[in-house]
Design a binder for this molecule. Structure first.
Ligand code: ATP
Ligand code: MG
Length: 656
């Protein structure tokens, strides 16, 4: 913990310091990936609190995901500033709604609908429409878009046309489904995630007394990832702010990746117009990535067009030189996954911790192939980030049993065998079916095992730090961590969608499936949609601190027709596609063909495909798994909006 407020500023460069010390009035930071935007605002809050200028309870920091909120709270704690609210828009709104609902409306807040898509399906049926799963998802997305842009059903068709939305059905039909969907929710006394924001906005608009109370509580606002704010979130922010202007926003228009949900970088880019006296700071030093990674990132963004591209800022790496990014081509997806798993094993063997490695993909449906390959290679992995760790069923059950064991002592035969704390924890968890070695294969059993292993690991660390501690002390520690959403680190390779990787960083990043059809994804049709896909690749590239592997497969399954080609966004950037740099050492293994190496070219690919076909392999299903409830969906196809249809996972997916 820094010993003074000034010491908090020491880890910042002059521009970041300007952000941190501008504690009053509007502040806007426009800067590219890895330039320390999040760091600057975190230190800004910590500096203000430590200097006694900001009261922690009056600061509301809005982040994009629960995970980011948890990380910010953790960093604030390390900087000696506690008690600051760091939340997503949704979490902040939900809290206010729960608190004020009884007074504003009466009774308890309606429950949040479990299976929204089910209700949309019923509404569609009620309108005489038969929609398949994909169409249902698209129609649901349209309803969500309408709600975050505060468009009522009667205005949907006109608004969608104006916004250039490519409606998946006749807009008049969508409007009818939307209308009936709202009615069904009302009848059942449930609300959806958009309603949480809409209702909060409604209450703050209609009840000046409540708005006054909220404004008395929150006096300083900080918003991260402001380029992806939706009109509804912006409205909420304005209501929170009232007549005041103590607001600091940071963002990178080049990382706008949620405009399909109605988010827009316009609020970021027009901030100065709305707040003429604003302090505007630009950051260009990239502290995250090596010059090699930064060169590729600049290359990806260099070809961008559109409004965000006009505000492009060339990044300048501050880090020492590192390895060149690697590009590898495979015959099929399983070979690509095996190639990645092998390379990951190599990195781990060379000393990169598994927790510092990520595999990032475009759709959650791609995940399973990588789970399988990592499990086969004996590499630990995690599908979900640290968020909501304590809400996972297996973790709750484990904490419950640990509490019971702490309370009622060791009359269980299992517990009698263990005297040290980690042993006790292992014994209790083994009653839940946990084993010291991970289960074979991938899937939810493996995931549960990883969660419980993280608890054991935490107990080991806890016991090492406090040798006298009893099980009850550990349970208290777990309760405190749960309250602070302070999850233990699950040591494993992260498997995540590009959308959910926003704002995060790893030593090594594997960008997989970088083909036409995936990036840009097939349903990206308009120029704007394609540009958003390009920005998604930029987000992916800029997650890497040092090692970056970019790969693609020419066909989907072994023996399939090689009918895919690498993403157009790599043209001119990857070796073998025009002006790109020369040969790179290849990824290890038979399936992979590195561009520019002797093994490359069509012959190599065909040979690799033949070799792959000769090896019998397990049948693989295409599945998608919800990151929140863990439900596995067979034949889900592409989960377009990357969210589960069976649980309200939007909050964790980071859309809101
Ligand atoms: P993104 O756009 O991806 O969200 P960002 O601009 O928010 O990126 P940060 O995550 O704040 O960037 O910072 C990127 C990395 O650089 C972090 O590891 C951070 O600790 C480090 N960093 C930022 N500023 C400095 C600095 N002045 N000195 C040393 N390290 C820094
Ligand atoms: Mg950030």
């Amino acid at each position: 913990v820094p010993d003074s407020a000034d010491a908090v500023l020491e880890g910042l460069d002059p521009e970041q310091r300007a952000v941190a010390t501008a504690l009053h009035g509007p502040v806007c930071v426009l800067a590219g990936a890895g330039t320390g935007k999040t760091r600057a605002i975190t230190h800004r809050i910590a500096y203000g609190v430590r200097a006694g200028i900001l009261q922690p309870a009056t600061v509301l920091a809005v982040t994009f995901t629960n995970r980011a909120a948890g990380e910010m709270r953790g960093r604030l704690r390390q900087l000696g500033a506690t008690g600051v609210q760091a939340r997503t828009f949704h979490a902040a709104a939900l809290r206010q709604l729960q608190y004020f609902w009884p007074r504003a409306v009466g009774g308890a807040l309606p429950r949040i609908v479990d299976r929204k898509i089910q209700v949309v399906a019923e509404a569609a049926a009620g309108c005489g429409l038969r929609l398949d799963r994909g169409e249902l998802r698209d129609v649901t997305a349209e309803i969500e878009w309408a709600k975050v842009t505060q468009t009522v059903a009667a205005d949907y068709a006109a608004a969608a046309a104006k916004a250039g939305r490519e409606a998946p059905r006749d807009p008049a039909e969508i409007a009818r489904v939307y209308d009936l969907y709202e009615e069904l929710k009302r009848d059942r006394g449930v609300i959806d995630f958009e309603d949480v924001l809409l209702l909060t906005v409604g209450i703050l608009q209609d009840r000046p007394d409540i708005a006054r109370e909220v404004r008395a509580q929150y006096q300083h606002f900080v918003v991260d990832e402001y380029q992806d704010v939706s009109p509804l979130q912006q409205r909420l922010l304005e209501l929170w702010l009232g007549e005041r202007d103590n607001i600091c926003v940071v963002g990178d228009a080049g990382q706008t990746i949620y405009s399909f949900t109605g988010a827009t970088p316009d609020y970021l880019l027009d901030f100065r117009t709305r707040h003429p006296g604003a302090t505007v700071v630009k950051l260009v030093r990239d502290y995250r990535s090596t010059p090699q990674v930064v060169r590729l990132a600049n290359g990806v963004l260099g070809q961008a067009t559109g409004r965000a591209a006009d505000h492009r800022l060339e990044l300048v790496s501050q880090r020492p030189s590192g390895p060149e990014p690697r590009f590898a081509e495979y015959a099929d997806e399983p070979s690509e996954a095996e190639g990645a798993a092998r390379a990951i094993r190599g990195l781990i063997a060379s000393g990169v911790p598994a927790g510092e490695i990520a595999v990032l993909f475009r759709t959650n449906a791609q995940s399973e192939t990588y789970e399988q390959a990592l499990a086969d290679a004996g590499v630990p992995y995690q599908l979900r980030g640290a968020e909501r760790f304590f809400e996972r069923q297996e973790v709750r059950q484990a904490v419950h049993q640990l509490r019971a064991a702490a309370r009622f002592g060791g009359n269980d035969a299992l517990l009698g065998e263990a005297s040290d704390l980690p042993g006790l924890v292992r014994a209790v968890l083994s009653g839940q079916g946990w084993t010291p070695a991970p289960p074979a294969g991938s899937g939810s059993a493996r995931e549960k095992w990883e969660s419980l292993a993280a608890l054991v690991h935490l107990a080991e660390g806890f016991a090492a730090a406090r040798p006298q501690a009893a099980l009850a002390d550990l349970v208290t520690e777990l309760d405190e961590r749960a309250a602070a959403q302070h999850a233990p680190t699950v040591q494993g390779v992260t498997l995540a969608s590009l959308h959910s990787a926003k704002g995060l960083e790893w030593d090594a990043v594997f960008l997989v499936g970088v083909t036409e059809g995936m990036m840009p994804i097939t349903y990206a049709r308009t120029d704007e949609q394609v540009e958003e896909e390009r920005r998604l690749l930029y987000v992916g590239v800029t997650r890497a601190r040092e090692h970056l592997h970019v790969s693609w497969a020419l066909s989907r399954s072994p023996g399939g027709r090689p009918n895919r080609r690498p993403s157009r966004f790599l043209d001119g950037l990857r070796p073998g596609s025009g002006s790109a740099a020369g040969a790179r050492p290849g990824l290890a293994g038979a399936g992979g063909v590195e561009y520019g190496t002797a093994a490359g070219g069509a012959d190599g690919i065909r040979a690799a495909a033949r070799a792959e076909r000769a090896v019998p392999r397990r049948t693989r299903r295409t599945v998608a798994r919800c990151k929140v409830c863990g439900r596995t969906l067979t034949d889900a196809g592409e989960m377009k909006l990357m969210r589960c249809e069976d649980c309200p996972s939007e909050m964790d997916e980071g859309v809101y």
